[in-house]
Design a protein around this ligand. Structure first.
Ligand SMILES: O=C1C=c2cc(C(=O)O)[nH]c2=CC1=O
Length: 513
């Protein structure tokens, strides 16, 4: 959430988070790389447009008008420079002056070779155990951020992968209303609204970037899981990929997989909600996963069909009022999975992204925990691929992305919680290959025909066939007629009459051909 340099009493009291890039003349002399023209320290811009009616406790949550409760000054970087101190490049650019364009290819996990699979699994594990070099997390609400003695900022180090988990938890946590009061759950900065696709896109970009830096491999790309198989098995749950099922406990991962050793972050949700604390970097129990094993909900025992993706991509409007999980004819609500694949809202339905989560039936199916299961990464890259295809097909038409009255955090210009430096939803509403430096190697399923379309095609085909038959019959009649004429005897009636009259002296006046 915040750069380590800003997790200090001075920084928090001043509200300024503009770390140096290369401070040759001492601390504070190169804020945002100003001396080399990389950027400068500016006032944070926040979205102050009204939000929707779902959130009713304005003034009670640190995430309102993010990130103003913590900092009101940040770096604004020039050109292709980016990052908390303008020391890195915008997505899609690399090199010392950020002038080289790059394209990262995100591939189907099942298309990776044995060696590529091994490298990817190892890279995830390395991210799980490597402390994030730049970022620390707040473990208390703003009210208590200076600690019991008022002088000890409550921040912790966290690993690269656990930061990915924590960011998701922080974006969905309930609003604490005070000891003895129920925390308020009608708030979610990353789901059930238009920011669902933009928030998760940035979330993945950040992990991909952190892993590229960790691996020192700028070409590293996150693969995807095409979960739209229509099957009741998990095709990536093998020991060379995300881990097979344990032989000893149906809801655990096989010990042959490194993921059986992973421990889960943010498990103690009841403590956070009753005590008003925040998840910290302490890990708990193992990942639980029991694909297709939810016997109480047969609807989530099978993955989405390929046809569902094709249908979802036919929904041409990005989002519709009330821009929430009950929106109908909304591409966003369809890919998120609260509507049926054709776009019709149905409270009983779970499809696409939601269905894939619920299918996992364990850690990956609970919103505050789900990224702890590494399948989350792959499930969301595929969801992002669908979003990118939608952007391509409909020329990134942002006209139905609301500027105001979306659920809190989901307005078009809201800074996505809890990312730093501030980044708005609309910055992610762009086609990835041209603007964000990555693309998906994917083939989209064609849409099966609807009954009305099949009937229309049958009628047109029948009419065409009838027309062809008529034309052929007419042709045959004409040919036959011509043939009959050709086979007429050379001596016609006329000739015969003539010859009858012929006296053998005078020449015939006409020849008959
Ligand atoms: O992690 C998630 C788990 C989810 C479960 C549902 C649901 O529809 O019940 N939706 C989810 C989204 C998640 O991100």
């Amino acid at each position: 959430q915040f750069p380590r340099q800003c997790a200090t009493v001075e920084s928090l009291r001043s509200g300024m988070c503009c770390p140096d890039y290369f401070p040759v003349f001492g601390p504070g002399t190169d804020r945002c790389g100003v001396s080399t023209g990389r950027g400068r320290c500016v006032q944070v811009t926040v979205d102050s447009r009204p939000h929707g009616p779902q959130y009713i406790h304005d003034g009670r949550d640190d995430r309102e008008q993010w990130p103003i409760r913590f900092f009101n000054q940040t770096c604004r970087c020039n050109g292709n420079f980016s990052g908390y101190n303008c020391g890195s490049c915008r997505p899609g650019w690399s090199g010392p002056t950020c002038s080289q364009q790059i394209n990262i290819v995100r591939r189907n996990l099942l298309d990776l070779s044995a060696e590529e699979r091994r490298r990817f699994v190892n890279a995830l594990h390395q991210a799980k155990v490597t402390i994030h070099p730049d970022i620390v997390i707040a473990t208390r609400r703003r009210e208590e951020i200076f600690g019991p003695d008022g002088n000890t900022p409550q921040f912790e180090n966290i690993s690269i992968y656990n930061y990915f988990v924590w960011s998701h938890y922080y974006s969905v946590r309930k609003t604490f209303l005070g000891a003895g009061q129920q925390s308020f759950g009608g708030i979610d900065f990353s789901h059930e609204g238009p920011a669902f696709v933009t928030w998760h896109r940035y979330h993945l970009l950040q992990l991909e970037r952190d892993m590229q830096n960790m691996l020192q491999d700028p070409s590293f790309g996150l693969p995807y899981w095409n979960f739209a198989t229509g099957q009741n098995t998990c095709d990536i749950c093998s020991d060379d990929l995300m881990g097979a099922r344990s032989n000893f406990d149906v809801s655990l991962i096989s010990q042959n997989s490194i993921f059986s050793q992973w421990r889960v972050l943010c498990e103690n949700i009841e403590d956070y909600e009753t005590l008003g604390t925040i998840c910290n970097s302490t890990e708990g129990g193992p990942i639980r996963r029991n694909p297709a094993g939810n016997v109480a909900r047969p609807m989530v025992q099978r993955l989405p069909e390929p046809e569902d993706v094709a249908q979802c991509l036919e929904v041409g409007v990005f989002d519709t009022p009330p821009f929430y999980s009950n929106s109908t004819d909304s591409f966003r609500n369809t890919v998120e999975g609260y509507s049926d694949p054709s776009g019709k809202y149905d409270p009983a339905v779970r499809s696409l992204h939601n269905l894939a989560h619920l299918f996992l039936n364990g850690t990956g199916g609970q919103t505050y925990l789900s990224p702890n299961d590494p399948i989350f990464v792959l499930l969301h890259t595929f969801t992002d691929a669908v979003f990118d295809e939608w952007l391509r097909r409909y020329s990134a038409d942002i006209s139905t992305y609301p500027l105001e009255n979306a659920p809190i955090g989901h307005n078009r210009q809201y800074n996505m919680v809890p990312f730093w430096p501030p980044v708005t939803n609309d910055e992610m509403f762009v086609t990835a290959p041209e603007n964000l430096g990555y693309s998906y190697e994917v083939e989209w399923p064609g849409r099966a025909l609807r009954v009305t379309e099949m009937i229309t095609i049958a009628i047109v085909t029948a009419l065409v066939l009838v027309a062809i038959i008529f034309a052929a019959a007419a042709c045959i009649v004409r040919v036959k007629k011509n043939k009959d004429e050709l086979h007429q005897p050379l001596l016609t009636d006329q000739y015969q009459h003539y010859s009858d009259d012929y006296d053998g002296i005078s020449a015939p006046s006409q020849s008959v051909v």
